[in-house]
Write a protein that binds this ligand. Structure first.
Ligand code: T6T
Length: 325
C-alpha cells in the first residue's frame, strides 16, 4: 500500500427489482393520508456505527415528512433484541428498519411483523431466510475482509502469523468479513492464519485474547479485528503488552476510539463503512414502498480504507463515525 494517497473506495451496486407494494394492512396503507411511521431497531444502541446510521435515517425521515422512532439493544444479544422487535409487532409501524443480531433466531418475529403488513428493510445485518424484507442494505462485507487481508499482508511484509478476532458466529456481516479475509490471506504462503477467536463484542475480552495469543505465538505479526469493539480491545491489549506498532492491525469500522488508535500507531488500517448512507437509503426505499413505487431489493454501500496518512483527506475523514447526532 503506497504510503500517501491510497484511497480504496468500494462503490455500491444496486439491483433494481420492480415490486409494487400491495395494499398493506399496517396502520396506514399507500392510499392513507395519515403520517407514515418508520421504526429503526439497531444492533447496539451505543455503537457509533449505529448512532451514525440513526442520525442520517432520522434526518431523511424528517425531510420526507415521515414519523421516525429508533431503539437498539444494550448489547449484541438475541435475548435483548427480541423483546424490542416484538414490541414493534404491537406498534405496527408502516416501515421497520432492523439490524438483526443473528441470521436465524429473529426470523419468526420478523415474519410475523411482515405478515401484519409492515414493510421491512434489513440494514447492515440480515437473516438467512430470503422472504424476510423488501430490501437489504449493507456494505459488501466479504470484499471488506479481502481489503483488510491485502492491507495487513503488506503491513506484515507478507510473513508471520495472523489472527482474526470477531464478535460471535452467526452474524451475517462479521461472518462475511472473516470469509473474505481468510480466503484472501490464502494467497500469502508465508502468512499463517491462526484459529479465529470470538470476544462476544466485549473489548476487554479481545484485549485478554490478544495477550494470551502473544504468549502462545511470539511471532504474531498481524490481527484482523471484525468490528469496532474488537478493534478497541485489540488496541488496548497490544498497548498493555507494549507491542503497539510491532503487531500490525487491520480493523473494521471507524469510530472515535479506533481513530485515536490509528493516529497513535496502534492500529494501521481501518475499513470504514458508510452507515449514514445505509440509514438514508433504507428510509428512501421504505418511503418508495409505502407510496407503491418500485423498491431496490439489494443495495451495497461504500467502504474506504483509512490509514494515518490519508485521514486528513476530507474525502476520507467524512467516513469517520459519529458518537452523537
Ligand atoms: O461493524 C459494524 C456492523 O457492520 C456489524 O454488523 C456489527 O458491528 C458494528 O456495528 C460495529 O460495532
Amino acid at each position: 500500500m503506497s504510503k500517501r494517497r491510497t484511497v480504496l473506495v468500494v462503490a455500491g451496486a444496486a439491483l433494481v427489482l420492480a415490486t409494487t407494494a400491495a395494499c398493506s394492512s399496517s396502520a396506514n396503507g399507500p392510499g392513507s393520508t395519515a403520517q407514515k411511521k418508520i421504526t429503526l431497531i439497531t444492533g447496539v444502541k451505543s455503537d457509533p456505527f449505529y448512532i451514525t446510521m440513526t442520525c442520517a435515517a432520522q434526518a431523511e425521515a424528517k425531510a420526507r415528512g415521515l414519523a421516525f422512532t429508533a431503539d437498539g439493544s444494550a448489547q449484541w444479544d438475541v435475548s435483548v433484541q427480541r423483546p424490542l422487535i416484538d414490541s414493534v409487532a404491537a406498534a405496527r409501524p408502516d416501515g421497520l428498519m432492523v439490524s438483526p443480531v443473528d441470521t436465524e433466531a429473529l426470523t419468526p418475529s420478523l415474519k410475523q411483523i411482515q405478515s401484519s403488513g409492515t414493510k421491512i428493510a434489513l440494514v447492515d445485518t440480515s437473516v438467512t431466510d430470503p422472504s424476510v424484507g423488501i430490501t437489504r442494505i449493507s456494505s459488501d462485507n466479504e470484499k471488506g475482509g479481502q481489503v483488510a487481508a491485502d492491507a495487513l499482508a503488506q503491513q506484515m511484509g507478507e510473513r508471520g502469523s495472523v489472527i482474526v478476532i470477531s464478535v460471535k458466529p452467526g452474524i451475517s456481516t462479521t461472518d462475511a468479513r472473516i470469509k473474505g479475509f481468510t480466503e484472501e490471506m490464502a494467497k500469502y504462503p508465508n502468512i499463517k492464519v491462526l484459529p479465529t477467536l470470538y470476544d462476544n463484542d466485549l473489548p476487554a475480552t479481545a484485549a485478554s485474547q490478544i495477550q494470551s495469543t502473544l504468549a502462545a505465538h511470539p511471532d504474531l505479526g498481524g490481527v484482523f479485528a471484525g468490528n469496532t469493539n474488537t478493534g478497541q480491545g485489540v488496541a488496548t491489549g497490544l498497548s498493555q503488552a507494549g507491542k503497539q506498532g510491532q503487531v500490525k492491525v487491520a480493523a473494521f469500522d471507524a469510530e472515535p476510539d479506533e481513530i485515536t488508535a490509528l493516529k497513535n500507531g496502534t492500529l494501521q488500517v481501518l475499513v470504514a463503512q458508510d452507515p449514514a448512507a445505509i440509514g438514508t437509503q433504507a428510509v428512501d426505499q421504505l418511503a418508495a414502498a409505502l407510496a407503491g413505487k418500485p423498491v431496490q431489493a439489494s443495495i451495497g454501500t461504500t467502504m474506504v480504507a483509512i490509514t494515518k496518512d490519508n485521514l486528513s483527506d476530507p474525502q476520507i475523514a467524512k467516513y469517520v463515525y459519529k458518537a452523537s447526532c
